[in-house]
Design a binder for this molecule. Structure first.
Ligand code: 8X3
Length: 808
């Protein structure tokens, strides 16, 4: 509900107001046109089939030039739209179509005609052919029962949760710079030259390189054709337009789309349009987990901005307006997940096409420039949750930058999140990157980063519920949610453990068992993805793929660094539970294991005294070595496991603490835990303290995070850290300086990520009561921000239950 201050916000605000009025809808064109094309190309090389589908789309799909827009292009009809990717989990389409309009997390409207098209023309073709079905067939019974429920739709068990069947790639960043410098025309010319040079007798050249190069050429033709169709439409609209100002804008749009992305961009405006066409066409090509990111926009766009500014062609306000036009384009593409699991992972219509700012140049100097500040200003002034803004921080980040970052955080919408070069860069170096590659990383997801042209691993990975592993220790391999079925290892009756060491060893066995099944899943996922998905556009924008003529979704690209992640779900929930057992059962003998189990089985009803004891035991997030040492062992043991088996599958499968919103659905399968957490409520999120468990202030949270890290290992990746600050604690100039100092402390402790909600719980409660008054209230969730009133009640309650820090 922010006042709009500047004249140039009017355009983007008007567009936004129009599109937010309605619930997002399903748009069938992408699913339908891909299906039509796939029917025609059976038996051909997969990469070529994908390029043909893209060309068919470019030729036939409806194109749009939106009212008032300056940056044009959308993938679906007016309003907020979600696309169908039936190649993923289209076997569940007919069931999903019935559920989508009314489901609690991220519902979508469907036009009855479109529903008919889906059921009659799309779904039948994919039955028996989807990745989801093939993966289920490939999993042995022990892995299967930790992955899917034995129901018709193979819904998730939320224990070892695969994420590869609801997205065809992990978060990713293209090399946009090459599009701006060479254009797709230039990339096409290079592919044609290589095609002409192929050895006509070589089987590799004929069977592998030829289809790849032909696919590149066709993909370039497709995006150029699609852009030209926008130029045609803009020209036509210009001819019909009575307002001379808008007619001039439409003519400029037409000229721009005629030129880019075929040719190198010549101005900031052309660069913006070329980049938007590229990312939008990439969204048409495939569903990239949490959406294709934007990379270092303040770096690759800066030369265009600088040249325009020096030539008097653009002002800072005009550049900001173009950014905002792109932001509202992004806001209309909604990441549609058919499965409940996908929807629940990304509540609030989440997608975070991260824009990276700041950090260092590939030469190691500070990289901030005028565009960095324009992007920060845009986030402060324009009330929108897309895109996500990620600020890289390093030891030589200028004070002005740190202050502007702090001011932006204080404006309350959770932007920007911070990533720490002092942690990220050495880790990337240790995994084989060169200095210039590591220093040039882009943020690509909640807390992930990519080195465009060096990263090559796109297989989505498992989210693993380690609070479930704890239940398996308590119930000898079972979970209360799943009754008598033995899901984990039978490590013995809970009451019989004679020492904490024995109980802890049993937990670590269960932990390793879940990791084992995650690796089995991953092995099959890597193998099967190569048969199901290709990404000619993505491969064209990755130098190593272009050099080797191998599609990015194939298991090995020569020269690539493969970085994957396994998600440690419920880190603080597990630490606090184990700390409570150690202290209260084995050291102080205040309760027995029998009493503890009974209290948990009854969800603490009638056992409030026990629950209070548990809640007051040592907990992670308070700089208390008692709890933190347990956390460090959990992390180290998991890293040791992944180090060994990463080598076998040839991918760094690092341990990561980055849940999106999945700590809510994962919590719904875990009964009461020995940290006093009630049954089926959310688990702790990322590397944050459990909800309400931190009472020593925000610096103690940083220190716990620091003390649980194993800096001598490198099989770890992002650790997402949420901190909620009361507005009073950062008020005024003094508050800004305190926040800057806090950020500097976080940076010096070499922690990976941090993000802030500057918000009173009172405001959130009011928004629950009067959603109509708080439609624009944006909150930070888990690596992204969302409109509070579009979240489920469970997630809203979870946000309120996070401790609000009153002072540093
Ligand atoms: C998390 C996204 O794709 O790494 O931000 O799971 S992904």
């Amino acid at each position: 509900n922010k006042p709009v201050k500047l004249e140039h916000h009017t355009r983007a605000n008007d567009i936004l107001a129009r599109v937010r009025a309605e619930k997002p809808h399903v748009d069938v064109e992408r699913g339908l046109l891909f299906t039509e094309s796939f029917k025609q190309t059976e038996g051909e090389p997969l990469v070529l089939r994908w390029a043909k589908a893209l060309y068919h789309y470019a030729e036939k799909a409806t194109v749009y030039v939106d009212k008032d827009q300056l940056i044009v292009g959308r993938g679906g009809g007016e309003g907020r739209y979600g696309l169908l990717y039936p190649e993923l989990d289209g076997d569940t389409l007919d069931l999903a179509i019935k559920k989508l309009p009314t489901r609690e997390s991220s519902p979508f409207d469907i036009d009855p005609e479109d529903a008919k098209t889906i059921i009659e023309d799309i779904a039948p073709y994919w039955k028996g052919k989807t990745f989801h079905e093939d993966l289920a067939k490939a999993l042995g019974p022990e892995t299967m029962k930790l992955t899917y429920n034995p129901d018709e739709a193979l819904t998730s068990r939320y224990v070892v949760n695969e994420t590869a069947s609801f997205r065809s790639s992990l978060q990713w960043v293209h090399d946009y710079d090459i599009v701006l410098k060479k254009g797709f025309g230039g990339l096409k010319a290079e592919a044609e030259a290589r095609l002409a040079e192929l050895d006509e007798f070589s089987p590799i050249d004929n069977c592998e390189k030829r289809p790849f190069l032909e696919a590149e050429i066709l993909t370039a033709d497709a995006i150029i054709l699609w852009a030209n169709r926008h130029a045609d439409l803009a020209e036509q609209q210009a001819g019909e337009e009575s307002d001379p100002k808008r007619a001039a804008e439409l003519r400029r749009i037409a000229e721009t789309c005629r030129w880019v992305p075929e040719h190198p961009a010549r101005t900031f405006y052309e660069a913006m349009q070329s980049q938007w066409f590229t990312q939008l066409f990439s969204r048409i090509e495939q569903k990239t987990g949490t959406i294709i990111s934007n990379g270092r926009m303040d770096q690759y766009l800066y030369p265009f901005y600088k040249a325009d500014k020096e030539a008097g062609r653009i002002t800072a306000d005009e550049a900001q307006e173009l950014f905002e036009c792109m932001w509202v384009d992004m806001a209309q593409y909604i990441d549609l997940y058919l499965s409940d699991a996908g929807g629940a992972f990304n509540e609030g219509y989440a997608h975070w096409e991260a824009v990276t700012i700041g950090g260092q140049t590939p030469e190691g100097y500070d990289a901030t420039n005028e565009l960095t500040y324009i992007l920060l200003k845009s986030k402060r002034e324009f009330p929108l949750n897309y895109p996500d803004l990620a600020a890289r921080i390093h030891t030589r980040s200028p004070k002005r930058y740190l202050r502007e970052v702090a001011r932006t955080i204080k404006s309350g919408e959770g932007f920007p999140k911070l990533l720490n070069d002092e942690d990220v860069v050495p880790l990337l170096l240790s995994k084989g990157a060169k200095f210039d590659e590591a220093l040039d990383y882009s943020v690509s997801g909640c807390a992930e980063c990519r080195m465009p042209n060096r990263d090559t691993y796109t297989s989505p990975n498992a989210y693993i519920n380690f609070a479930a592993a704890l239940e398996m220790v308590m119930y000898n391999g079972r979970m209360l949610k799943y009754g008598d079925e033995v899901l984990g290892l039978q490590t013995g009756e809970f009451e019989d453990f004679k020492s904490f060491d024995d109980l802890f060893a049993a937990f670590l066995k269960q932990q390793n068992n879940l990791l084992k099944h995650a690796f089995i899943q991953q092995h099959e996922i890597i193998r099967l993805r190569a048969e199901h998905f290709a990404t000619p556009l993505g491969s064209m924008l990755q130098k190593l793929c272009r050099d080797s003529c191998i599609d990015l979704h194939q298991p090995k690209i020569p020269g690539g660094i493969d970085l994957g992640y396994l998600e440690y779900m419920g880190y603080a929930t597990v630490i606090d539970s184990l700390a409570a057992i150690k202290k209260l059962v084995f050291e102080e003998h205040v309760i027995s294991l029998h009493e503890l189990k009974e209290a948990c089985e009854h969800n603490f009803e009638g056992y409030e005294v026990i629950r209070q004891l548990l809640k007051n035991a040592p907990a992670y997030g308070n700089d208390d070595p008692y709890a933190d040492e347990i956390g460090k062992i959990l992390d180290r043991t998991a890293q040791e496991f992944t180090a060994k088996y990463s080598e076998q599958i040839g991918v760094h499968m690092d341990i990561r603490l980055v849940p999106f919103t999945s700590h809510v659905p994962f919590g719904k399968v875990v009964s009461a835990t020995p940290d006093g957490r009630q049954a089926f409520t959310p688990l702790s999120d990322g590397s944050s303290a459990a909800q309400g468990a931190d009472h020593e202030g925000p610096t103690a949270i940083l220190l716990s995070n620091y003390l649980t890290k194993n800096f001598d290992h490198n099989e770890h990746a992002g650790r997402l850290l949420n901190i909620k600050l009361s507005p009073g604690c950062v008020a005024g100039k003094e508050g800004t300086e305190k926040l800057v100092e806090f950020i500097e402390t976080w940076r010096d402790l070499k922690l990976w990520h941090v993000q802030f909600n500057v918000m009173n719980n009172e405001t959130l409660r009011e928004a629950q009561k009067h959603p109509e008054l708080y439609r624009n209230l944006i909150v930070r969730i888990a690596g992204y921000s969302a409109f509070f009133t579009e979240l489920s009640k469970d997630l809203q309650d979870e946000l309120i239950s996070r401790n609000e820090q009153e002072a540093f």
